[in-house]
Every structure is written in structure tokens, then in C-alpha cells.
Ligand binder design. Structure first.
Ligand code: URP
Ligand code: ZN
Ligand code: ZN
Length: 460
């Protein structure tokens, strides 16, 4: 199939111009102000943007959570992603205690391969280093998994000790794996939780109050210190607070491979959302938690000034009835939010409000994710030779976000009523039009596993 997209505003981090894009056999074959090629399909993109498909590097699809699972699997989650303009995701296989990483990998591959409608990759979550040896890490690299994630939070479940974190970082150095960290001080948070429950403070807002921003900052500082000592890159996931941001900014003054993301929920939601004193509060429980509203402007600034390089979603949806598992105890509320569909439009609202510019919008949603996670220039850019993962974005379209018009498999929206503009009108994945006129044209399982290259600071 040959597709010629004409007269759209082609946007990349370092330029924007009105031009044409020609796609053949799934690859971008020509880009320029005037491209003359025979095509099977010509798309007039006058007044529209032509952008590289979004890359969401932080999703939890079909994720086990005690007796339940996150509500989107690799089909429904990637369908919602496409409606939002995302054409690749990176999800998180989670090592069960005692499990070898090869087994974890194939478990997640099985969840994804007959379902995902877009290309996908994995970061491996390490929870039990005691059963791992060099062969596990070699297996990851050989299979194109070039990043691992560790936790300083959730004791007894996911948290690693400082000793374990340091040894994992040493192995990561040997295999050139990018270490991603969920950074909050889990031990002290556990003490604060015990204290809250002992006083009878069981409502959702105590989820936030027992995880103060200063404990995010402390853990970020700690893991950056270890990375500095070992001279390895480090990536902080879901930065949520000014306190955390300040630590990252200070570290980046001397170490430019300290990298970090935030997510739309930290730009739009706040402690007010969980302070109604009624059942509404249960909808906004994710970790790190909602913060004071004042943090929003600092996080926007961090995205704009490159303290934060990436916007991801940490998509991990639970229905209202799932949340009710924690009706009498906030620690039993399944954590996570449904966001995968809204990343581009919620950040485009920031473009409209002059918080970030158009090129930066493309950079944080697509180009930087591809660069940092070893997919560039195959993905994340409109360039000759790149995969034809392209979104034709209508910047004029306006709507209100609502549970009645989203495609995620969840029965409420955390962003209900927020006005957004912009819409992924046509989505092309590997040269195939998979969304047009609000009609999905993609078969489950058409997405391919992306084998990624190792992190290389020179592409940044
Ligand atoms: O609340 C969240 N974020 N749930 C998903 C797991 C994690 O911590 O990223
Ligand atoms: Zn996390
Ligand atoms: Zn997460």
C-alpha cells in the first residue's frame, strides 16, 4: 500500500513545515515540501498536523493485582491508545518471587501477542534478585529488552533493599540496561500507614497523606547517588512533586543521563480530588499519589525546560467496584489510573495554554521516548527510513473528556468534564491506516514486539 499525505504541518523537535509524506511498504519513503509519487491513497492534511505516533513507555495492561487484574488487556488498552494517537507502548512484565526472567518474559509475551493492535515492547520489573544470574540479564539483552525497573516502595511485594538495588545497578552497568526506578521511601511510608490506620484514618485521602513528597525526593536522591557512584544512566518514573523535580534538576546539572518522566494525572489532578469525603475520592488512587495543585505548574515547567524528558501514562485502570475493595481501608484500594487514551490531548491543552510548544509536545510524547528507550530513528520521528507510525492530528477538534466517549475498559473517567482540543483523526501504524472516521480497522494481534537497542546517551 502506497499512501501520500499532502499539505500537513509536519512537526519534529527541531523543525516544523507544511509538506508531504510518502509511505510505502510500512516505511516512510519520502518527506518534503512537495513530494510527487504515485499512490494508492492520497490524504489531504490541509490544516492538520502530521506527527510521529505517540509512544507510551509506561503502561500496566493485564496486570495482576492480588486477586484481580488491571481492566485493560493488550487489546482494549491498545485500542484506547490508538484513539488517543499512540502507536507504540512499553509495558512492564513483573517477575514473580522465585521466577527466572525468561519465564516472566514469555508470560507477558503471551498476554500481548494475539491482542496488541500496535507495536509493543517490555521493561522487566525485578522483584527477586536472589534467583537471578548473568544468564537472566543476557537473555533480556538478547531479546531486545534493554531496560529494567526496580522499586524503592511497596515493601514485601516489590521493594528491593539498598544492597539489592546497588547490585542490580552493577549488573545493569555490565549489560548496558537502563535502570528505571519507582522512587518513594517504602519503609517510612509503611510506618506512616501503620500510624494512620492506628488512629482510624482509613479514608482515601490518607493514601496521599501517608506518602508525602519529601519521601519521593529522598528516594530519588538515593538512587541517583548510587547511579552517580557507578556512572550509569538512570530514569525516574512518574515524577509527581516539586520536591522530586528539584532533586532531578540538581542532579542534571552535573549528570545529563539522569532522566525522568511525569504523567498527565500529576498535571491535572490534585489532593482536592480525594478530599470530598465521599465515594468519589476512591477514583483517584494511584502511586505516587495526587499532590497539592501548586505542583502542576512546576511539573509543566519541568517538561518545558527538559528537567523531565518524557510524558507517559502509568496506565493501570480499575473499575469503581474494584476500588471498593478498600472501602474501609485505603491500603486495600487497587492503585492506578486510566490514562492511556488522554496523553496527547491533555498535553496538547498545555500547548494551547503556552506551557510547552508544539515541537516540545512531539518531543516528550514520541521522540524522546524513542531515543531514551532504543527505538530511534526507527520510531519517534517523521524521517525517510523510519517506520510509518503517523498520526494526522486535527488541532481544531474540541470535546469534553467523559466516560461516555472514551475507549478504555473502565466505568468512570478521572478527567471527566475536562475540555480538550485536538484529535487523532487518522492513525497509521507500520504503513497501515488503523483508525479513520472514528472507525478502527485493526485486527487483534497485528502489533509486533519491538526489539530495542541499548540506551545510548549520544542520541539525546
Ligand atoms: O498506582 C500505580 N502507579 N500503579 C501501577 C504500579 C506503579 O507503581 O507504577
Ligand atoms: Zn510506579
Ligand atoms: Zn507504573
Amino acid at each position: 500500500m502506497r499512501i501520500l499525505i499532502k499539505k500537513g504541518l509536519i512537526i519534529s523537535p527541531n523543525e516544523e513545515f507544511i509538506g508531504d509524506v510518502f509511505i510505502h511498504n510500512g516505511i516512510i519513503e519520502a518527506v518534503g515540501e512537495h513530494v510527487f509519487k504515485e499512490a494508492d491513497r492520497v490524504i489531504d492534511a490541509t490544516g492538520k498536523f502530521i506527527i510521529p505516533g505517540g509512544i507510551d513507555v509506561h503502561t500496566h495492561l493485564d496486570m495482576p493485582y492480588g486477586e484481580i487484574k488491571s481492566r485493560d488487556d493488550f487489546y482494549s488498552g491498545t485500542v484506547a491508545a490508538v484513539f488517543g494517537g499512540t502507536t507504540s507502548i512499553i509495558d512492564f512484565p513483573t517477575q514473580s518471587k522465585g521466577e527466572k526472567l525468561e519465564k516472566t518474559f514469555f508470560k507477558w509475551k503471551q498476554k500481548a501477542e494475539n491482542k496488541s493492535i500496535i507495536d509493543y515492547s517490555f521493561h522487566m520489573i525485578i522483584t527477586d534478585p536472589s534467583v537471578l544470574d548473568d544468564s537472566d540479564f543476557k537473555f533480556l539483552v538478547d531479546n531486545g529488552i534493554t531496560s529494567i525497573k526496580i522499586f524503592t516502595a511497596y515493601p514485601d511485594r516489590l521493594m528491593l533493599s539498598d544492597r539489592e538495588i546497588f547490585s542490580i545497578m552493577m549488573i545493569a552497568k555490565k549489560y548496558n540496561l537502563l535502570v528505571m526506578v519507582h522512587a518513594e521511601n517504602g519503609v517510612i511510608i509503611d510506618e506512616l500507614i501503620k500510624f494512620a490506620l492506628s488512629k482510624g484514618y482509613t479514608q482515601p485521602k490518607y493514601h496521599a497523606l501517608s506518602r508525602p513528597p519529601i519521601l519521593e525526593a529522598e528516594a530519588i536522591n538515593r538512587v541517583i547517588t548510587y547511579a552517580t557512584l557507578l556512572d550509569i544512566p538512570i530514569y525516574i518514573v512518574h515524577t509527581s512533586s516539586l520536591e522530586g523535580l528539584k532533586v532531578i534538576a540538581r542532579a542534571r546539572e552535573i549528570k545529563n543521563d539522569v532522566l525522568a518522566e511525569t504523567c498527565p494525572q500529576y498535571l491535572y489532578l490534585s489532593i482536592e480530588n480525594i478530599s470530598h469525603g465521599n465515594e468519589e475520592d476512591y477514583k483517584y488512587i494511584f502511586t505516587p499519589p495526587v499532590r497539592e495543585k501548586i505542583n502542576h505548574e512546576f511539573l509543566w515547567r519541568g517538561l518545558s525546560d527538559n528537567t523531565l524528558q518524557v510524558l507517559s501514562t502509568d496506565h493501570c485502570p480499575f473499575n469503581f467496584e474494584d476500588r471498593m475493595l478498600g472501602k474501609n481501608d485505603f491500603t486495600k484500594i487497587p492503585n492506578g489510573g486510566a490514562v492511556i487514551e488522554h496523553r496527547l490531548e491533555l498535553s496538547f491543552k498545555g500547548v494551547k495554554q503556552n506551557k510547552i510548544d508544539l515541537r516540545r509536545w512531539v518531543e516528550i510524547n514520541s521522540t524522546n521516548p524513542a531515543k531514551i528507550f532504543g527505538m530511534y530513528p526507527r520510531k519517534g520521528v517523521i524521517k525517510v527510513g523510519s517506520d510509518a507510525d503517523i498520526v494526522i492530528w486535527n488541532p481544531e477538534f474540541k470535546r469534553k473528556i467523559s466516560v461516555t466517549n472514551h475507549h478504555m475498559n473502565i466505568d468512570y473517567s478521572m478527567f471527566e468534564g475536562i475540555e480538550v482540543s485536538g484529535k487523532a483523526e487518522i492513525v497509521i501504524s507500520n504503513g497501515e491506516i488503523i483508525l479513520e472516521n472514528d472507525q478502527l480497522k485493526a485486527k487483534p494481534g497485528r502489533g509486533k514486539f519491538i526489539k530495542r537497542k541499548s540506551f545510548d546517551s549520544r542520541v539525546l
